[in-house]
Design a protein around this ligand. Structure first.
Ligand code: IPE
Ligand code: IPE
Ligand code: MG
Length: 259
């Protein structure tokens, strides 16, 4: 799959990915789950390169959900340390590539303070980059995000600072008010569910599911997903009347019950 097989006029602006299947990838090779998380790093960075090549403006990846705290303490600890080390090792590279990094999620306990500080440093380092925005959903849950936005609105209303609540008021109180709606949402590993990801922003996203496990995903797999996306008819609830010219000459079905 080459880039020139894609229509440059219909590249999705915002691609979101549920990076799933690390544990299965590792276990299939007789390794512990954490080895799968490690292997996922190069998949992420190849995908970032692929997104830059395609001119995708926004890429949002799911790294740790509000439900992932249920995992064994070992794995949770590994994921906290791993994400910390990833930021230490890779922040400059993202900055060199003119990628702006932002985090979506609650930044309070139990996220380690050191990780929160690194998150803030990375956001500050890359804040003026404009080529692409990479958002990392970490300690993120779509319901929590909507709950946090709702609480803010209720507080504003109680303080007499707000009378009207509309969609724009909610959207402006999500974790990143500048984040556009998702055009294409990809989930790896064959699971076909949202797992609490971007519930508001993905309302009209095109969904692409692939059997590839996350560590096997790469820029070519991203191109395939974009190719699939370009074959979709996005209607947003609307309708266009397009009778086919041949319809009037097509043979009509016999009435029900006819011999
Ligand atoms: C996704 O891979 C990474 C995280 C959720 C952190 P998993 O760890 O969910 O891998 P599987 O789905 O168990 O194979
Ligand atoms: C979703 O994957 C979260 C991330 C990829 C970070 P999970 O593996 O946690 O989702 P479920 O449990 O299969 O729904
Ligand atoms: Mg999983």
């Amino acid at each position: 799959m080459e880039i020139d097989q894609l229509d440059p006029a219909r590249i999705p602006g915002h691609v979101a990915i549920i990076m799933d299947g690390n544990g299965r990838w590792a276990n299939r090779q007789g390794l512990k789950r954490n080895a799968g998380h490690e292997a996922g790093e190069q998949a992420l960075f190849d995908t970032v390169e692929g997104a830059l090549e395609l001119g995708i403006r926004d890429l949002t990846v799911y790294a740790f959900s509000t439900e992932n705290w249920k995992r064994p303490p070992d794995e949770v600890r590994f994921l906290m340390n791993f994400n910390e080390s990833l930021l230490v090792r890779r922040a400059d590279e993202l900055d060199d590539r003119e990628v702006r990094v932002r985090f979506l999620g609650r930044r309070n306990r139990p996220v380690p303070r050191r990780l929160v500080r690194l998150i803030e440093d990375t956001e500050a380092l890359t804040r003026d980059n404009r080529r692409m925005t990479l958002r990392i959903a970490f300690n993120y849950g779509g319901r929590t995000e909507l709950l946090d936005a709702t609480r803010q609105l209720v507080e504003e209303a109680a303080a007499g600072r707000r009378r009207k609540v509309d969609e724009d008021a909610i959207a402006a109180r999500l974790y990143d008010a500048e984040m556009p709606d998702v055009d294409l949402l990809i989930r790896t590993s064959g699971e076909q569910r949202l797992s609490n990801y971007l519930l508001w922003q993905a309302a009209y996203a095109e969904l692409v599911f692939t059997e590839l496990l996350w560590p096997d995903f790469d820029r070519v797999a991203l191109r395939r997903a974009v190719y699939d996306y370009q074959s979709r008819d996005r209607r947003f609830g609307g309708a266009v009347d397009r009778p086919r010219p041949s319809a009037s000459t097509a043979p009509t079905l016999p009435p029900p019950g006819a011999p």
